[in-house]
Design a protein. Structure first.
Lengths: 202, 208
């Protein structure tokens, strides 16, 4: 009987190990060397949005790595705003997202848009992490304290205290025009964001 | 093992409980062993002396790129079908800071080869954008004026075949007259600059 139970358990473990560990493929830039913490496969989305397209974007003011305080309000009437929430510093997919946005400033400029990168990490962590990406042209904001307040307002704070990998486009009036709460394990293709930015001009 | 001759029911129950814990421990150990080996089971990174895994790339639509690689027609091709003695492959990503930083120096490597009438027909270069869509590859190409053909690997399928290497990763293959090939050089990052890198490739491939 014991043997039967053991073999059953082994069988269950075997089956589980096959299903739960399909390796995630992502390229890690050599820029981060061995400093990226492997998170494995996470629940794709683990929060419920509190805003929808057409809503006024919730206002916020957050400290930036540069030392300034950035408010959403300061862009009203001047720039379209792209909010890029990423789950956490020093994790695989996130480390490979903003460096891509860093080489397409021209696309943001053409669409009269500014990018605000946001995570729930504290400023020193964000400083060290973003330093590996080269000089970023966009502000990086810390939604660390009170923890994840802005992420919570938008409904993208996950149950473990990190945020979703989410993109919001807010137009010059302050209205949300696009939301992509992406599978946290995957990077949103750049063309999707660019297409949506271009729609603002139409 | 449980002693069936023991008439103390409570004792048996306790021992069963302990056995359950032991069994769970064994199962968990097996589980984690399987789990860790399954994550290690992906292809190894390309290394010297090996052959490349079979990678199908789309024949470029651009006639200049097609001519550069010595290809004709449409559809797909395999890297050793490129008309050259040596092919240098860069696994890159538009999202990778070092790939961005190195891009101008990789372009210099291309220019150095193209300026040498002897080498330009014998060494060709390509790039594969790991996890990059065709659009993302085109952004990288445009931003850094990359003169050699770049290919998209949106779903990471090529990246997986190549051992999920970090980027940039360089591989050089030597193509023999009979169409077979070997990897003669592979390196993760640390691009030395056009001249020293070319020296390494020439030596490793026996071209000079």
């Amino acid at each position: 009987m014991q043997k039967k139970r053991l073999s059953n358990l082994i069988m269950i473990a075997g089956v589980l190990s096959v299903f739960s560990f399909i390796p995630v493929a992502y390229p890690l830039s050599e820029a981060f060397k061995e400093n990226i913490y492997k998170v494995g496969i996470l629940k794709p989305i683990d929060s419920v949005l509190k805003v929808k397209v057409g809503d006024w974007a919730p206002q916020f003011t957050l400290p930036a790595v540069s030392g300034e305080k950035i408010s959403l309000k300061q862009y009203q009437g001047k720039k379209n705003v792209v909010l890029s929430f990423v789950p956490a510093a020093w994790t695989p997919v996130c480390s490979d997202q903003w460096p891509g946005y860093n080489i397409v400033k021209d696309i943001f400029d053409q669409n009269d848009a500014i990018l605000l990168g946001i995570t729930v990490d504290n400023l020193p962590t964000l400083f060290a992490w973003t330093n590996q990406m080269g000089k970023l042209w966009f502000p990086v904001l810390s939604d660390f304290w009170p923890h994840g307040t802005v992420a919570k307002k938008y409904g993208v704070l996950r149950s473990n205290g990190t945020s979703e990998r989410a993109l919001f486009i807010i137009d010059k009036k302050g209205i949300i025009r696009y939301i992509d709460v992406h599978d946290t394990n995957k990077r949103p293709p750049l063309e999707d964001l660019v297409n949506e930015l271009e729609k603002l001009k139409r | 093992m449980i002693n069936n001759n023991n008439d103390n029911e409570k004792g048996i129950a306790e021992e069963r409980g302990m056995n359950k814990i032991r069994i769970s421990f064994v199962v968990m150990t097996i589980f984690f062993t399987v789990l860790s080996s399954s994550t290690l089971a992906s292809n190894p990174p390309p290394s010297k002396g090996d052959v490349l895994p079979v990678i199908n790339l789309s024949i470029p639509k651009n006639p200049d790129e097609k001519a550069y690689l010595g290809l004709s027609g449409a559809g797909t091709f395999k890297i050793p079908q490129i008309k050259a003695k040596v092919v240098i492959i860069e696994i890159f990503s538009m999202y990778c800071p070092y790939c961005q930083k190195d891009a101008p120096r990789i372009n210099e490597l291309y220019q150095m080869i193209e300026k040498d009438s002897d080498l330009r027909t014998r060494i060709k270069m390509i790039g594969i954008g790991a996890g990059n869509s065709p659009y993302e590859v085109s952004v990288f190409k445009k931003t850094y004026h990359v003169p050699f053909p770049l290919f998209a690997d949106k779903d990471f399928s090529i990246h997986k075949l190549l051992g999920e290497v970090r980027t940039p990763y360089f591989v050089a293959i030597k193509i023999n007259d009979d169409g077979t090939h070997q990897i003669v050089h592979s390196q993760l990052g640390d691009f030395q600059g056009a001249e020293p890198f070319l020296e390494i490739i020439l030596k490793a491939s026996g071209l000079r």
